[in-house]
Design a protein around this ligand. Structure first.
Ligand code: ZN
Length: 297
């Protein structure tokens, strides 16, 4: 039974801030994440994210439960034990192809949990949510995007959009760097940066399907980084969310902090598409808005 959560780590030393903002010269290599990481990796701060067990929710906090990449296997293993919380967030790839019957199944799965708020974004596998890709892959016989989306009734669906829940600003985006022939893909560099530039500054929780460079983004094959350098830059130097939740790279499941933002790869499935990873649960304070503005730049 999963009963863990961890607390946000305070940015308690100024060197952290300096390091984060010291350079974005790695963006010259935005199309080559491994090379970009060789430039920026050594200046990145990794703070341990403390995990606490069996603690009751603290006063003035909202409990957030994160899952991702469930790929049509929601009723197996760990997901039978999704912990209670105020907001359930799914960071995309809830299906294998985004066909309407898969979405119906997922919506039913969402309905089996009584979290008062549920927030969902799509991922590259949820092709039916992206008309352009669905038409390109027409041999898979997708119904129109609007019909697929209409099936998803038991949550707030975000697609390059924002919602405010319990005083928290949550923004979601499904895009990832080009990888084979899937949905919501943009080329690394300027093309994907145009998407990231739409993310508002200071959202509390950012949900993207893919990871930023260097945070939960190492793929098993070749042990190389696959995260988005442009996303790392926007997150650390502009948006500065308190939490950044994503999935996509199943092998990257886990959490880290740069001293200001806690990064969570919440992939439920492992690289063999088995749902073995526990939901990630955290409590976020809502009554102290100064927390995220403590670096007044
Ligand atoms: Zn996936």
């Amino acid at each position: 039974m999963f009963q863990k959560y961890f607390k946000r780590q305070e940015a308690d030393d100024k060197t952290t801030e300096t390091n984060i903002n010291s350079t974005n010269s790695y963006l010259k290599f935005a199309d080559d994440p491994e090379k970009a990481w060789s430039v920026v990796g050594s200046s990145q701060v990794f703070k341990e994210v403390k995990v606490a067990c069996n603690e009751p929710k603290q006063e003035g906090h909202v409990r957030v439960v994160c899952i991702s990449d469930t790929h049509n296997v929601p009723m197996l293993g760990t997901l039978e034990n999704i912990p209670q919380g105020d907001i359930l967030i799914h960071a995309g790839d809830f299906t294998k192809r985004g066909k309407i019957h898969e979405v119906e199944k997922f919506n039913k799965f969402l309905g089996s949990f009584d979290h008062p708020h549920k927030v969902v974004i799509a991922g590259n596998h949820d092709i039916g949510f992206h008309e352009e890709s669905a038409q390109r892959l027409h041999h898979l016989n997708f119904v129109p995007e609007a019909e697929v989306k209409a099936v998803l009734t038991d949550c707030t669906y975000l697609q390059d959009s924002e919602v405010e829940i319990l005083g928290l600003r949550i923004y979601g985006s499904p895009w990832t760097p080009v990888f084979y022939d899937w949905a919501f893909l943009k080329h690394r560099g300027d093309a994907i940066n145009e998407i990231w530039k739409k993310i508002p500054k200071d959202v509390d929780i950012l949900v993207t399907h893919g990871p930023p460079l260097g945070r939960g983004d190492v793929v098993n094959f070749g042990k190389t980084h696959a995260g988005c350098a442009n996303l790392l830059d926007i997150v650390q130097n502009y948006v500065k969310p308190r939490y950044h939740i994503f999935g996509h790279i199943h092998e990257g499941y886990g959490c880290s902090s740069d001293g200001r933002t806690t990064f969570i790869n919440a992939s439920t499935c492992n690289h063999l598409y088995r749902p073995v990873n526990q939901p990630v649960v955290f409590d976020i304070e809502v009554n102290d808005r100064t927390l995220k503005n403590d670096d007044s730049e």
